[in-house]
Ligand binder design. Sequence first.
Ligand SMILES: *[C@@H]1O[C@H](CO)[C@@H](O)[C@H](O)[C@H]1NC(C)=O
Ligand SMILES: *[C@@H]1O[C@H](CO)[C@@H](O)[C@H](O)[C@H]1NC(C)=O
Ligand SMILES: *[C@@H]1O[C@H](CO)[C@@H](O)[C@H](O)[C@H]1NC(C)=O
Ligand SMILES: *[C@@H]1O[C@H](CO)[C@@H](O)[C@H](O)[C@H]1NC(C)=O
Ligand SMILES: *[C@@H]1O[C@H](CO)[C@@H](O)[C@H](O)[C@H]1NC(C)=O
Ligand SMILES: *[C@@H]1O[C@H](CO)[C@@H](O)[C@H](O)[C@H]1NC(C)=O
Ligand SMILES: *[C@@H]1O[C@H](CO)[C@@H](O)[C@H](O)[C@H]1NC(C)=O
Ligand SMILES: *[C@@H]1O[C@H](CO)[C@@H](O)[C@H](O)[C@H]1NC(C)=O
Length: 456
Amino acid sequence: MPRLKYASVLRVVVILGLLCLWIQIMLSASNGVIDRDGDELMNLNDTSEQVLALVPPELHKYLTVHNKNITVNSTEKANPKNVSDIRRAIHRYNEAQTIYNEDIFGPVQNDTIIIAIQVHTRLTYLRHLIVSLAQARDIDKTLLVFSHDYYDEEINSLVRSIDFTKVMQIFYPFSIQTHPNEFPGVDPNDCPRDVRLEQAIKLKCNNAHHPDLHGHYREAKYTQTKHHWWWKANRIFNQLQCTAGHTGMVVFLEEDHYVAEDFIHMLHLLRSTADRSCPHCEMLCLGTYLKTYQYHTNGDKVEITPWHSSMHNMGMVFNRTVWNNIMELQEQFCAYDDYNWDYSLLHLSQNRPKRDKFKVILCKGPRVFHIGECGIHHKKSNCNASTVISKVQKLLQNAKSYLYPTRVSATISAGGAKHNKKLTKGNGGWGDIRDQELCTNMTKVDRQMRKYIHFA
Ligand SMILES: *[C@@H]1O[C@H](CO)[C@@H](O)[C@H](O)[C@H]1NC(C)=O
Ligand SMILES: *[C@@H]1O[C@H](CO)[C@@H](O)[C@H](O)[C@H]1NC(C)=O
Ligand SMILES: *[C@@H]1O[C@H](CO)[C@@H](O)[C@H](O)[C@H]1NC(C)=O
Ligand SMILES: *[C@@H]1O[C@H](CO)[C@@H](O)[C@H](O)[C@H]1NC(C)=O
Ligand SMILES: *[C@@H]1O[C@H](CO)[C@@H](O)[C@H](O)[C@H]1NC(C)=O
Ligand SMILES: *[C@@H]1O[C@H](CO)[C@@H](O)[C@H](O)[C@H]1NC(C)=O
Ligand SMILES: *[C@@H]1O[C@H](CO)[C@@H](O)[C@H](O)[C@H]1NC(C)=O
Ligand SMILES: *[C@@H]1O[C@H](CO)[C@@H](O)[C@H](O)[C@H]1NC(C)=O
């Protein structure tokens, strides 16, 4: 009898152990910037009355979903242009480098804060990000650069309706949308993700000899985010006419982020604190992933710590000096077998000859929030954007008296074991030499002058 009891206890322990392991895997999988949603445009009106009540009436226009003609087929609605039309449009917009509202807010200066926003298809979240940006103090002195990997008229008209600062749109030209049957999209002769090496060689599928470190073949969808991030950074620092002399800060946001109204104020405080106390802090960071927020104690605190991809990838900020350092080691980014841009950057950070890894100075009371967690962890049924947005709105409302600190106090932290752990291998998904080559190719484009194009 005791033996039987022991066996069943053991079984429970093993099951619990496996459960913990599973939870940990789920959690670590959700740490990255993976968007496992489909490519369908997410454009619902799930803004609750509660959320709307806390948005100033003059900004409701950014939340208004223009339900287009319902009688038109949904396929037709989603695809008004064919691929060659879209490619042509993208090419023209990229050449024109149009800066909207420049006439009202003045030209881009060398120290203008540039806010780069990577946009895929989650329009519902983008609307709320825009509403949050609209309420930020000094937003009218910035340039918003929306970088798109999905061309859609609905998204375009929302972005072009922004009237509170200068706006530019750039379009990632190697998207799956514009390459539906060829690399960087999915080529019919690509190896299936899970096929074994010998089988792949027999099949003679593309790059059969180059699976990733886990033995898997490329998945276009997962490589696109890193390509797009890299392309956008290259485009902004090295290729646009308006940034030729730019030395100011570039803030990296994503479509499902949300900013606090004092984020630009905090950015200046982080910059001046870094100049004083941490000249080697290459990265500034406005967001952190926390379970609870304590602005009454942390609203005016900043921390200096080793930069880590999964902790400090939200509202990350750096300037051209740092970018040039990254560019010198672009191979560490492009050839590293990891489809996450942030882990690739961490790898680069840890392998800098004769230099320390990146240090970051960050706000302990976050000024950038992630509102898009809904679409990833839950299926649409039991989770809506409004729930999360409402939470952030209330949080910021309660923190109001702690925003805009006049000064901040900095603490230096060596960081935990996780901060300092040396990456031994990547997360994979970046074994295909075409991906590595495309990534390298993106660094070889020179600066391009604006072409004045008359749009019909
Ligand atoms: C969106 O939904 C809210 C509340 O459900 C409603 O008040 C609002 O009028 C809707 N907006 C549009 C444009 O449909
Ligand atoms: C819907 O589209 C059809 C055909 O494109 C058009 O005839 C009709 O007037 C449209 N209806 C509305 C309400 O826009
Ligand atoms: C609407 O869609 C159906 C199939 O989904 C298709 O047969 C039909 O031709 C479409 N109509 C138009 C006007 O595109
Ligand atoms: C795409 O659509 C345009 C009309 O909008 C048409 O002129 C062109 O031939 C189409 N191209 C292809 C490849 O279908
Ligand atoms: C911006 O920087 C460029 C290059 O350093 C310089 O030529 C230009 O004069 C600067 N512009 C302003 C307004 O300071
Ligand atoms: C750019 O960032 C570096 C590293 O943080 C800093 O030393 C430098 O002063 C910054 N340059 C400007 C013009 O702010
Ligand atoms: C979303 O959640 C809010 C409460 O946070 C609720 O009022 C609203 O009805 C929900 N909307 C949907 C479409 O489930
Ligand atoms: C990279 O650029 C070279 C030279 O222009 C070109 O031949 C090659 O096809 C490009 N590779 C990819 C993957 O885009």
